[in-house]
Design a binder for this molecule. Structure first.
Ligand SMILES: *Cc1c(COP(=O)(O)O)cnc(C)c1O
Length: 437
């Protein structure tokens, strides 16, 4: 019992070995699996973690982590909102049945044309991060004859203990400073502009956050700022506070649970509502936590080579299908299926790319006993920031994606790309069909 609770806490999705092999025969390897039940569990975990907040809590799924339409549909059906950063993501959401009025649109570039497009598509909540971007939004809203609800993305410049931190300058604005690009100036402009409705503030501190203190520090700074601005703009009201993403995922090392992250933050948020006398609602964004643990990458062992005490195991996958293993040396929990006996060798898992970086980093507790040609090797918790990075390096096709429904049924959620499709996509058809420019 203790064991199973622990496994559950770590979000370890279990799929019977015979199913993994059956799907491998049917689809070829590698392939990904996305599990509906785990997606729902993760969403419930987040809802529970923030349930003591005294206003409404909106969970917004960050589409950039994984935009597979089957996965989007699960979140749409279960009432989340969406954190969207491009018109292209918005297209995916709408085509999957999503509602643009439940979108928080946070652009990186904040272009004039982009804002026109998304406002015409029905987006209502827009997060601005620069003065020029706000001017673009004002022009776009006048052209579209709509009154968007605007949030200001602040960069609270607090210390963040996390794998990936939001960098200064590129994202958000400081509260104050010498340039126009400050929260103070954005707020003044929004309040002077009748086409816009100010609704609140947004920050996103980083991804895979290991210590919730950064949220508390950010809220302290925000409180001071709002109190000060209230003197200048007496009818200033915060209706929404968006605390961004960052809830961490189990990758082989213990991390705080959503409740560990949320509990102190919620207490502080409730205090803040009373102190400021503003009954704001809360938006919690999450990409990684909501999507990662629901997904496996299943690959096959193609070859094995012994070199001293080490056993090099060659897989039919590589960082073209798990980019973060190269980009940020992300460790994923990995298993050989079925497990075998210890043989005394230290396993080195290598990918199929001609590239020294294409060696998978392994956690200290990884055991890959009995790994041999033909067996499956499963990378776990890969649902976030992996299949969205698939690339055709070495003329490799995109793998299939399997969706496991809550009732245990497996359905195809993305076809394995054919080599011919890839050839044409890369310009192969233009060889015979010149396009004069
Ligand atoms: C990427 C991103 C998120 C999601 O972060 P996770 O660590 O995946 O939860 C949320 N909000 C914004 C603005 C982001 O850019």
């Amino acid at each position: 019992m203790a064991n199973s609770t622990r496994a559950k806490k770590r979000g370890q999705l279990e799929i019977p070995n015979k199913d993994l092999y059956r799907l491998a025969e049917k689809l070829g390897t590698p392939y990904y699996i996305i599990d509906e039940r785990t997606l729902k569990e993760k969403l419930n975990d987040l809802r529970k973690a923030y349930s003591k907040f005294e206003g409404d809590v909106i969970i917004a799924y960050s589409i950039k982590a994984n935009f597979n339409p089957f996965l989007l549909k699960v979140f749409i059906e279960n009432g989340t909102w969406f954190d969207v950063t491009s018109p292209e993501e918005l297209y995916f959401l709408k085509e999957s049945g999503g509602d643009p009025s439940k979108v928080v649109y946070t652009s990186v570039t904040e272009g004039r044309g982009e804002y026109s497009t998304i406002l015409k598509e029905g987006v209502e909540y827009v997060v601005v991060s620069s003065y020029q971007g706000l001017l673009h939004l004002i022009e776009a809203s006048m052209e579209a004859k709509v009154n968007p609800k605007v949030m200001i993305r602040v960069h609270p410049e607090v210390h963040v203990k996390a794998e990936i931190k939001s960098s200064y300058g590129k994202f958000g604005v400081p509260f104050n400073g010498p340039s126009l690009d400050t929260a103070t100036n954005l707020l003044r402009l929004i309040y002077s502009e009748s086409s816009l409705n100010f609704v609140g503030f947004h920050f996103h501190l980083g991804s895979q956050i290991e210590d919730p203190k950064c949220f508390e520090h950010a809220l302290e700074k925000l409180e001071k700022f709002v109190s000060r601005m209230k003197k200048e703009i007496p009818h200033l009201n915060v209706e929404i506070l968006d605390v961004g993403g960052g809830i961490p995922v189990y990758y082989g090392m213990e991390v705080p649970s959503p409740t560990d992250i949320a509990s102190k933050v919620v207490t502080r948020l409730n205090c803040l509502r009373r102190k400021l006398n503003m009954n704001f609602d809360l938006i919690v964004e999450s990409g990684r936590y909501l999507s990662a643990e629901a997904s496996f990458l299943v690959s096959r062992v193609i070859n094995v080579k012994i070199y001293g005490r080490r056993k090099f195991v060659f897989l039919d996958t590589g960082y073209h299908q798990l980019l973060d293993s190269a980009l940020v040396r992300q460790v994923y929990p990995v298993e050989v299926v079925p497990k075998g006996e210890k043989d005394g060798y230290k396993v080195v898992l290598v990918g199929r790319l001609c590239d020294d970086i294409d060696i998978f980093p392994l956690g200290p507790e990884t055991e890959l006993n009995g790994v041999e040609v033909g067996k499956l090797v499963v990378f776990k918790n890969v649902g976030a920031y992996s299949l969205v990075f698939n690339m055709p390096f070495h003329s490799q096709v995109k793998p299939a994606v399997v969706f496991r429904r809550e009732n245990g049924e497996y359905v195809l959620a993305r076809r394995r790309e054919s080599l011919k499709e890839l050839f044409l996509e890369e310009g192969g058809d233009l060889l015979r069909n010149f396009k004069k420019l």
